[in-house]
Design a binder for this molecule. Structure first.
Ligand code: AMP
Length: 195
C-alpha cells in the first residue's frame, strides 16, 4: 500500500516519540509499503523517513517548492515530488495514498489529518487514518471529537475511519485489514449532484 505519514517537524524531547517514529518507518518498509511524507529531514519527519530508507523501503517526499533548497534537499529520498503549495501537497498525498498515519505532531500534522477526516466525512474518500497513540498523545483529540458530538457538531459514526493504536506494527496491520463501507460512495454522489 501507499501510506502517507503526517508528523511533527519538530524534534520532541520525549524519546518515546522518536522510538515510535523509528518503529513505524521500519515496519512500513519491512511490510513492503511505500512511505509518502512531507519530504524534509526535520523532526519526526526525518526520523520516520530515515528508518524506512535504512530498512530498504521506498520513500516519496512531497514538498512545496517555496521551502529553501536546503530544506528540500535535506533528506535523501527515493522520489522527490515538488508541488506549488501546502494545499497541493495535501491534495497529492490524499490522491496517491491508500491509507494515512498521523504520528504525534503539531498543528501541521493536525491540518493534514483533518483534511483526510473531512474528505471521509463528505464521502469524497474512504481511506483509513491511523492515529499512533504513543504516550496517549491522541486521547485529547478523541475527547474533543466526543465533545463535538455531544454538542451536536460532529457525528462519531465518521470516526469509523479512525484507527487509534499504540503499537506501530498493529496499527499498520489494522490499516491493511480496513474495509471501506460499500454504501458510502453514494453519499459523495448525492453531495455532488446537489452542487
Ligand atoms: P507540525 O505538526 O506543525 O510540526 O507540522 C508538520 C507537518 O506539516 C508535516 O507532516 C509536514 O507535511 C508539514 N510541515 C510543517 N513544517 C514543515 C517543513 N519545515 N518542511 C516540510 N514540511 C513541513
Amino acid at each position: 500500500m501507499n501510506i502517507s505519514v503526517f508528523c511533527g517537524a519538530s524534534r520532541p524531547s520525549n524519546t518515546q516519540y522518536i522510538a515510535a517514529a523509528t518503529l513505524l518507518g521500519k515496519s512500513l518498509a519491512r511490510e513492503g509499503h511505500t512511505l509518502l511524507y512531507g519530504g524534509s529531514n526535520l523532526g519526526l519527519m526525518g526520523v520516520v523517513s530515515s528508518a524506512a530508507l535504512e530498512e530498504g523501503g521506498h520513500v516519496v517526499g512531497v514538498i512545496p517548492s517555496f521551502f529553501s533548497e536546503e530544506i528540500i534537499q535535506s533528506q535523501p529520498v527515493s522520489e522527490l515530488v515538488r508541488v506549488a503549495s501546502m494545499a497541493e501537497r495535501k491534495e497529492y498525498l490524499i490522491a496517491h495514498s491508500d491509507a494515512f498515519v498521523a504520528l504525534p505532531g503539531g498543528i501541521g500534522t493536525l491540518d493534514e489529518a483533518f483534511e483526510v477526516m473531512v474528505a471521509n466525512q463528505l464521502g469524497l474518500s474512504q481511506k483509513p487514518l491511523g492515529l499512533l497513540d504513543t504516550n496517549h498523545f491522541y486521547q485529547h483529540l478523541m475527547a474533543q471529537l466526543e465533545h463535538m458530538e455531544k454538542e451536536g457538531f460532529y457525528n462519531l459514526t465518521h470516526a469509523k475511519y479512525l484507527i487509534l493504536e499504540e503499537q506501530p506494527d498493529r496499527l499498520l496491520q489494522r490499516l491493511t485489514d480496513f474495509k471501506p463501507d460499500p454504501d458510502r460512495g453514494h453519499v459523495a454522489q448525492r453531495l455532488r449532484h446537489k452542487s
